[in-house]
Design a protein around this ligand. Structure first.
Ligand code: 5GP
Ligand code: MN
Length: 362
């Protein structure tokens, strides 16, 4: 049984906003990922079935691994279709902001959205949303924005509008934001939602292969190099660091998306509880962090890297040299030493408690 967790007054307000509007824009954060594209396109399909005039507008390029999503061809990418995107935003009466918590996360798209007189609805699962929105459905406990879109449609009694296309999109975000259902799945309802979507005859195997399991030879070689040559493990501090410079990226013919998932890899080492990955992009150093347990990498990204995110997955950027960024990493692990704030706890190396049940094979 999937519980109705979004407060009823918010659902009623949303229903009124949707009923009273024809022209709608849906947007998401820059460098859109599976959850950003899955939630925007999933909601778009449902609203189109309600005969609304809907347009998905995203800040910048979408990774190739998501091109399979139904409706992708009609998306306006701001860096490519600026005039059409601005026109759609100017004509919108309602703007859905999905999978981000602050307009700073949508880059140059923030300006036309700020100027628009449309009502703004936030649906998101990041911590600490801004108060730039007329209605905010912000639930950091949700696995993904796709989960929240599903719950919202369920509570509005609109699941009958979720067809195979919409289900493919929503399932994709649920799957990518949980690492193929391996984390952020503390709430078993995540699996019930996945099952409800799978019942729409979607091809879950093809979705997995396209979104999470397709890599070029260059990409695999880059990831192999990063782990073999560039990963440092700090066993006492339960930490790991990976850095990649522009020269190294060029050597492997880097394309956007090629380092996706790399930051998670060191977490599979027993005892490593948090990881920082520093990638030297053209304009800044992109920072990605992951952790297990209570160690909030979102705090680190907020404090040092102009960023934020979730407790266990966060990011930001650093405008300085790689050496300076690495220096910050060292100061963080030194601080952990001083203050005995070692992110221990759910260490993967700790002994597991004995199972309180037995497996039987029949
Ligand atoms: P990733 O490491 O995969 O780029 O991002 C993981 C999570 O960190 C994202 O879901 C997002 O919540 C957050 N994040 C990544 N980059 C940024 C950033 O530049 N600013 C903020 N505020 N959050 C970020
Ligand atoms: Mn998300």
């Amino acid at each position: 049984m999937i519980q109705a967790i979004i407060p009823d007054p918010k659902i009623e307000r949303l229903r009124a906003l949707i009923n009273g509007t024809n022209d709608i824009v849906i947007t998401c954060h820059m460098s859109p990922d599976g959850d950003a594209m899955g939630s925007t396109l999933g909601l778009c399909h449902v609203l189109q079935r309600l005969a609304k005039n809907v347009r998905v507008v995203v800040p910048d390029m979408i990774p190739k691994s998501l091109f399979f999503l139904p409706g992708m061809r009609d998306v306006y990418i701001y860096t490519k279709h600026e005039a059409r995107a601005r026109e759609a935003i100017a004509g919108a009466k309602l703007i859905f902001c999905l999978d981000f918590n602050t307009l700073a996360r949508i880059d140059r798209l923030a300006e036309p959205i700020r100027l628009s007189r449309a009502k703004r609805v936030l649906i998101d699962h990041h911590l600490d949303p801004d108060d730039d929105f007329d209605l905010a459905i912000s639930m950091p406990e949700a696995s993904s924005t796709c989960e929240l879109v599903f719950r919202m449609l369920m509570q509005m009694h609109m699941l009958n509008m979720v067809d195979r296309r919409a289900a493919t999109c929503l399932y994709t975000g649920l799957m990518t934001d949980t690492g193929n259902f391996t984390y952020s799945t503390e709430n078993p309802e995540v699996f019930e939602i996945a099952a409800a979507l799978a019942r729409r005859h979607i091809d879950t195997k093809a979705i997995y292969n396209m979104a999470l399991n397709t890599f070029s030879a260059d990409c695999l070689r880059l990831q192999g190099y990063a782990i073999a040559e560039k990963m440092q493990v700090f066993a006492e501090q339960h930490a790991a660091l990976i850095t990649l410079t522009q020269d190294e990226l060029k050597r492997f013919n880097y394309h956007r998306g090629d380092t996706e998932g790399l930051v998670n890899k060191p977490l599979s080492i027993p005892g490593v509880n948090w990881v920082m990955f520093l990638r030297e992009d053209a304009e800044y150093i992109k920072v990605s962090c992951r952790s297990v347990g209570d160690f909030a990498v979102s705090d680190i990204c907020e404090r040092y890297f102009n960023g934020g995110g979730h407790t266990n997955a966060a990011g930001g950027d650093f405008r300085g040299t790689m050496d300076e960024a690495v220096g910050i990493f060292y100061s963080i692990i030194a601080d952990c030493d001083d203050e005995s704030e070692l992110p221990a706890g759910e260490a993967q190396g700790e002994e597991l408690p004995a199972a309180d049940f037995e497996f039987t094979i029949e």
